[in-house]
Ligand binder design. Structure first.
Ligand code: NDP
Ligand code: 2IT
Length: 445
């Protein structure tokens, strides 16, 4: 494979899709040796087939606001690859959403879902709709209009959406209600459902818990543990909340949170009622973390900055893509950080990853360490198929085991002769092999 040529061809066909190209480049650079050692991949042109989504649906989402004005947003669903199972992946509602961002997320999802060992293909969708500041009724009308298009292409055995940024339990409820109305079916077509109507226990916590289970595995492999460690977290959404909860439970002290307005530094640690307050902040429908500092007097708000300037042992970026850059990585290194474990999708820039790995700091890519969310979605699908609900402990135990298995897969393909583990390479190779072999088995389709 000639990576340069593949990427330049891809750029020509997808001009300006920087996030998508960034995600593809990382995978290609990781798998090149394995790819070249197995000529059957090139013979079947696996790479060109893998970087082209199976299909892209783009649609108009008109909706009426509370003043009676008609608004128009753009909706998407990228069905990227279903070699190992039905398409699966979240829906992002955020004003920054565009084709490039959803294609990068859908592409990453292929390998992430493969790593979980569950039968799920890769997909992503969403809209440039901004849920911030909207009333419940506006959110409902938007979600209903979105589903009026989406329902035609999804299905419990076809494509199973879920939440992502800006899409939580409330939005999933409105989307599901409309799907049910249109199809007359009550099925497992969406995950992240309410616990009384087909949802799974632990799904809300799963991504953050999984990130922390994965961090523990990485630390254990170096003879370390989370106990007594200082942790910096970014974001204050679903993933950040789960990560803070589990890290605190396992004896670490989480000292930061962040939002688009800046970050909170809480030297006493974010625990107990402060963790519950994160849910209030998120539910307030505002775009800010500043109120935390007004609520808890020993903490401070630092405007317009990322939390990576704070001294910490462990960094968990849980907000959004490219939120940790080269300078941030250098600051983490200077401050003695020993582990960066991604909760968000692609939060570290390639330059940041280079700095982190060069300094032999533990680093895990989101597609490995945040896979607990979609894995638990997979467990929700299993429970829906069986028409029963597992207790909390059962789901949590399975989630924990899946994270351990993903860690082992990373070690298998990512361990270097000097003992340092390249989790990026390990995750990409392990995720890729299963999908590529399935594509070979199924012929040119
Ligand atoms: P939420 O909407 O719950 O939270 C997202 C957080 O990131 C919020 O704190 C949000 O602030 C912040 N944020 C979003 N966009 C930006 C931006 N452009 N600049 C600065 N801050 C931003 O989403 P999740 O917690 O679900 O998702 C967080 C990350 O984790 C995403 O990368 C997502 O793809 C990934 N992920 C989510 C999974 C899940 O199960 N939910 C599973 C695996 C990965 P604000 O809301 O104020 O904009
Ligand atoms: O990025 C992700 O893995 C998610 N947003 C979760 C997807 C899912 O289908 O649960």
């Amino acid at each position: 494979m000639d990576i340069k040529k593949v990427l330049s061809d891809l750029e020509k066909r997808n001009p300006g899709e920087t996030e998508f190209l960034q995600a593809v480049r990382e995978v290609l650079e990781s798998i090149i040796d394995v790819y070249n050692a197995n000529p059957q991949f090139e013979a079947a042109n696996i790479i060109e087939r893998l970087v082209e989504p199976d299909r892209v649906l783009m649609f108009k989402v008109p909706w009426m606001d509370d003043r009676g004005q008609v608004n128009v947003n753009r909706g998407f669903r990228i069905q990227f690859n279903n070699a190992i199972g039905p398409y699966k992946g979240g829906l992002r509602f955020h004003p920054s959403v565009n084709l490039s961002i959803l294609k990068f997320l859908g592409f990453e999802q292929i390998f992430k879902n493969s790593l979980t060992s569950l039968p799920m293909g890769g997909a992503k969708g969403g809209s440039d709709f901004n849920p911030k500041g909207k009333s419940n009724n506006e959110i409902m009308r938007f979600c209903q209009s979105f589903m009026l298009e989406l329902w035609r292409v999804i299905g419990a055995e076809v494509d199973v959406p879920a939440g992502d940024i800006g899409t939580g339990g409330r939005e999933i409820g409105f989307l599901y209600g409309m799907y049910k109305k249109l199809t007359h079916e009550h099925t497992g077509v969406i995950t992240g459902k309410g616990i009384d109507w087909g949802g799974s226990l632990i799904r809300p916590e799963a991504t953050g818990y999984g990130v922390v289970y994965f961090t523990s595995e990485m630390l254990n492999a170096r003879g370390e543990s989370l106990k007594g460690k200082t942790v910096a977290v970014s974001g204050f959404g679903n993933v950040a909340w789960g990560a803070v909860k589990k890290a605190t439970e396992l004896g670490a002290k989480v000292v930061t949170l962040s939002g688009p307005d800046g970050y909170i530094f809480d030297p006493e640690g974010i625990s107990g009622a402060k963790i519950d307050y994160m849910l209030e902040l998120r539910g307030s429908n505002e775009d800010i973390v500043k109120p935390y500092a007004d609520e808890f007097s020993n903490s401070k708000f630092v405007e317009g900055k990322h939390p990576w300037e704070v001294k910490c042992d462990i960094a968990l970026p849980c907000a959004t893509q490219n939120e940790l850059n080269k300078e941030d990585a250098e600051s983490l290194v200077r401050n003695g950080c020993i582990c960066v474990c991604e909760g968000a999708n692609m939060p570290s820039t390639p330059e940041a990853i280079e700095v982190i790995q060069r300094n032999k700091i533990l680093f895990s890519p989101g597609k490995a360490s945040n896979a607990g969310g979609v894995a638990t979605s997979g467990l929700e699908m299993t429970q829906n198929s069986m028409k029963l609900n597992w207790p909390r402990e059962e789901v949590d135990t399975r989630l924990h085991q899946i994270m351990r298995n993903i860690h082992s897969s990373c070690l298998k393909y990512g361990k270097r002769p000097d003992g340092y583990v390249d989790y990026v390479k390990g995750a990409n190779i392990a995720g890729f092999l299963k999908v590529a072999n399935a594509m070979l088995d199924q012929g040119v389709i």
